[in-house]
Design a protein around this ligand. Structure first.
Ligand SMILES: Nc1ncnc2c1ncn2[C@@H]1O[C@H](COP(=O)(O)OP(=O)(O)OP(=O)(O)O)[C@@H](O)[C@H]1O
Length: 249
């Protein structure tokens, strides 16, 4: 049996899409992730927790843009950010790296070429984020919410197997938010693992699985219904409060 050097062996089908094991991250002189263990599988996983709890740091670790003090971050069976996973992970950040002086379509066409994703991808992702009417507009003149959706569209180019979306619905009206959540589930049904961060608790109910974070740790992991049942709470928000109170001495 021969093994190609350029294609390392793929992980078994039941392996998690991504895994952080004992991950310690220090930022600005303090420990932000104190030794995080978490596995991300298929479906839509919500990452929720208060501002500053480490959601973005966890996501940066997954996409390979965060220096990790110790522990390991594995994505699709390979080290996060390594060559075999490049182009297979889509990341939408709160500060989208788009060119303000280009139109929406020009930005997407440029990145589609970089990713060798094919021109048809531009129309597909514009449809997903509901920006087809703005395709000819210069990005610098879009609203904050529209600009954020250009970043989301960029993350979707090339149909990545893991989508890491940092607060993708911030500043959007409820109708559009609901529409995007439907889209996230469609992408998951097509086979992508979707990790979405939010600190809006009503979005938690839309996730297949929830990771509730606090101070760099996952304090709860389960389905919205499972977490409500476990705590006897009426909402995920109340479940989160109950779990945090239960942790305190
Ligand atoms: N560039 C940075 N330099 C130093 N410390 C940072 C930096 N960015 C974030 N931090 C710190 O790391 C911690 C975790 O931040 P992170 O952005 O991961 O939180 P978050 O849960 O995503 O917050 P939010 O919901 O507000 O986006 C915070 O205490 C923050 O102050």
């Amino acid at each position: 049996m021969s093994t190609s050097r350029s294609r390392p062996p793929e992980p078994p089908a039941d392996a998690p899409v991504a895994e952080l094991a004992g991950v310690v991250v220090r930022r600005g002189g303090r420990t932000v992730l104190p030794g995080l263990d978490v596995r991300i599988g298929h479906g839509v996983t919500g990452l929720l927790g208060p501002s500053g709890c480490g959601k973005t740091t966890l996501m940066r670790a997954l996409v390979g843009s965060q220096v990790v003090t110790s522990g390991s971050v594995t994505v699709l069976g390979h080290p996060a950010g390594s060559a075999p996973v490049r182009g297979r992970v889509g990341y939408a950040t709160q500060a989208a790296g788009v060119y303000d002086d280009l139109t929406v379509a020009q930005n997407l066409a440029f990145f589609a070429r970089v990713l060798r994703a094919g021109g048809a991808e531009v129309d597909r992702v514009l449809e997903v984020v509901d920006l087809h009417e703005q395709r000819g507009q210069v990005v610098g003149r879009l609203s904050g919410g529209q600009r954020g959706r250009v970043g989301l569209a960029l993350a979707l180019l090339g149909r990545p197997e893991l989508l890491v979306l940092d607060e993708p619905t911030v500043g959007l009206d409820p109708v559009l938010r609901a529409r995007l959540w439907t889209r996230f589930h469609e992408l998951a049904a097509d086979g992508a693992a979707v990790l979405v961060s939010s600190h809006v608790m009503d979005e938690a109910e839309r996730c297949d699985r929830l990771l509730l974070m606090r101070e760099g740790r996952v304090v709860a992991d389960g389905t919205p219904a499972g977490l409500r049942e476990r705590t006897g709470a009426a909402s995920v928000e109340d479940a989160f409060v109950a779990l945090v109170r239960g942790e305190q001495p």
